[in-house]
Design a binder for this molecule. Structure first.
Ligand SMILES: Nc1ncnc2c1ncn2[C@@H]1O[C@H](COP(=O)(O)OP(=O)(O)OP(=O)(O)O)[C@@H](O)[C@H]1O
Ligand SMILES: [Mg+2]
Length: 266
């Protein structure tokens, strides 16, 4: 997190608008970076009638500011469940989950929506774009929810599309774009709010290898510019882009290198 990351915005640090729960953004790195994410003995049980599935079974880990973590594991191991919790899209059944030092279970719906909208960028395997809207309209959506005014929304959406190399396709609808281009639109939508945390769930799963490399390159750029990136993947080559790999199987974490190893500038 550098002072230049939020030029003129006065925003003091990742995730919190007030920055109170974060290490102050002095423009210098603390010796040990604060954890963005702390999970302690997190369980997630899905209940459908009498059927219960323990998708996460007591996972504990930390992710520090500026890390790039790849999460790997077989199908059904709990990766997406984990990402939903990391992204405040869902809450643990038990255990504690702290985002920027703040217990998510203590946050109101409004606070959670605010964190999701302003501070986290999501990228999904299925792109999740609105088919009837042009690329730039899709990209401006998070800004619309954030109450940014129209001209500013368009300016920032076009800037984000340029950043992912799609400035020549801003008026195209998703159906008029290739899979790789659609995922780049989704990347632009994820970064348009200038989030500190990027969560990507199999973002290259539906792409050819060239488009997949583009997306991995964009994630690496975001990481280099100070964002914390969590990338879920089945693919060991894709996982290599990360600073460390967290392996998950049957809802449990198997191994992980020390948290510091993935941070920028070490
Ligand atoms: N909404 C749900 N209701 C019931 N069970 C669910 C639900 N979502 C996931 N599960 C179950 O939880 C387990 C973990 O699912 P999850 O989607 O997290 O796996 P995953 O590691 O992301 O798999 P994949 O690689 O196939 O995407 C699976 O056994 C799945 O069937
Ligand atoms: Mg999944």
């Amino acid at each position: 997190m550098t002072a230049s990351k939020h030029p003129g915005s006065g925003s003091p640090g990742p995730l919190g608008d007030t920055g109170e729960v974060w290490v102050e953004n002095t423009g210098t790195y603390p010796l040990v970076r604060p954890p963005v994410i702390e999970a302690h003995d997190v369980w997630k049980t899905y209940r459908n009638g009498s059927l219960e599935v323990d998708a996460l079974r007591g996972v504990s880990f930390e992710i520090r500011s500026g890390e790039y973590v790849a999460v790997m594991g077989p199908s059904g191991s709990g990766k997406s469940t984990l990402m939903h919790i990391l992204g405040c899209l869902d809450v643990p059944t038990s255990g504690s989950f702290l985002l920027a030092g703040e217990d998510v279970s203590a946050m109101s719906e409004e606070e959670l929506a605010h964190v999701r909208n302003r501070r986290i960028g999501f990228v999904f395997q299925q792109f999740n774009l609105l088919a009837s809207m042009s690329a730039w309209r899709n990209v401006e959506l998070p800004l619309l929810y954030a109450g940014v005014e129209r001209a500013e929304r368009k300016r920032r959406a076009l800037e984000a599309l340029e950043r992912v190399g799609l400035d020549s396709r801003v008026d195209h609808r998703p159906g008029e774009l290739s899979g790789g281009q659609q995922q780049r639109v989704a990347m632009a939508r994820a970064l348009v709010t200038d989030p500190d945390l990027i969560l990507a769930d199999e973002p290259t799963g539906n792409l050819d290898s060239v488009s997949a490399n583009d997306i991995i390159g964009l994630l690496a750029d975001l990481h280099r510019s100070g964002r914390t990136v969590v990338l879920i993947t089945h693919d060991a080559d894709v996982a290599e882009a990360g600073g460390r790999t967290m392996r998950i199987r049957d809802g449990q974490i198997l191994e992980g290198e020390p948290a510091e190893s993935g941070a920028v500038g070490r």
